[in-house]
Design a protein around this ligand. Sequence first.
Ligand code: ME8
Length: 508
Amino acid sequence: MKNFYITTAIDYANGSPHLGHAYEKVLTDIIARFRRLKGDRVFFLTGLDEHGQKVQQTAEKQGIEPQAFCDQVAVEFQRLCKELEISNDDFIRTTEPRHKEVVGGLLQSIYDKGEIYRNDYHGFYSTRQEQFLQEKDKVDGKWPEIFGEVIEITEPNYFFKLSAYQDWLIDFLKTNPDFIFPRFRQKQVLEFLKEPLNDLCISRPKERLSWGIPLPFDQDFVTYVWFDALTNYITAPGYGTDQFEENWPADFHVIGKDILVPPHAVYWPIMLHAAGIPLPKSLLVHGWWNISGEKMSKSLGNIVNPLELVERFGPDPLRYFFAREMTVGQDSDFSPDQFLTRYTDDLGNDLGNLVSRLLNMGGRYTDQKVPVATVNDEPEQELQKKWSESRDKALEHCEDFAFHRYLDETFAFIRGINRYAELRAPWKLAKSEDPADKARLETSLATMAEGLRLAAVLLTPVTPSISEKILTLLGEKEVELFESNLDWCDRLVGNKLGEKTILFPRPQ
Ligand code: ME8
């Protein structure tokens, strides 16, 4: 059986991780965890894009060798993954020998097929974007800011026959309308393909850029960084080895909207097709985080460091915020106030209070044990019905990547447990002399505990640490599969409840 193979983009190693990097990893991790809980075998890849001019220049500015610089950055990105509880199975760095070997092999095989040729290039070149420019890239007669310094050059280079595949790609996209999620992105690609494609310059002369992978057929050149970077997706599953087909084709490449056209939707499918390698099944394209209404950028000085948020609040509040606030595919806004509101209202008030209430009452009324539910009246039946509806809808939303809706459903259920507690008011039942009220008291605590268990299981892909903590407090283990763990039952009866704990302390 083939594994479910999912990747993030590989991040540029020319700076520290920011909120956008953290988001993409969390989004991909939620999908990976969801799939594992459904019983799939998953291979989840993330990593770093270490070659190219930007990295070389940043390292030069710091007065260190590019490799030493990348080694430092890699530590930071790997720490980000660990701190955010990202469950990646591999972390690829494009400076690793396994990657250089695959890039060399892929280039050679496309070259041997006659799809790469040498030619003189004359024109304009953006050093910042490492990209050749055309007159049509000018805005109001000037090169836009994003290109940085633009120089005029004439130099021999190697070109990949992209243009020869344009009709094939258009046809492929038209016959595979679900290749790109959300669908409106696929339309944008087809719009882009209405203009004729130029062949892609896939080399940089070594005298101008040394920090790259040499072309196997001409050692005076290094490989264009996008050709190098995209190849990571086949390096990690072992292109050229027997294991390759255990993972490839990838089920999803999760990427941001800025790197869809042309890299992932044009270069990558054509590179693979030219080399005779099957295409990935889909591209999942997410939007961007703005910061309090502004684009996140170094020049505005509004870069949010995800590690600071994780150090202060733990990984799950940020994971929850990402999944709750972003409609996958659209842009969203991060503001410290909105983050705190989600933390306090949803996590603290709805979930955290329910946990402390239950543990508190368990300690007082039932010797810290989960009692047996012997009553099954309207309030219990209502809550159980609410559970099966919320669970089914929530799981459906996950299939559609509508994680904000899945959390909405799950928290509507959690608020339902809180309402149930208000209705049954165990603290009042405890004062009653009526033996029927004792049964109601025990039932209400058992019902709250079971509701909480189910909510914790359902939340596992987004809040793995908190879910595990709650399950431990209920005397249960972390779950590995959704199956049989999402049905209302009495398995908690007799379990010892943990000591009262505050899961979401008030922010200082
Ligand atoms: O593009 N909000 O690397 P990168 C959400 N190395 N996502 C964001 C974001 C934001 N504000 N800013 C960036 C590269 N991203 C290449 C990829 S893949 C073979 C090579 C996302 O570090 C961005 O869209 O600039 C991309 O998917 C990822 O972060 C890495 O961006």
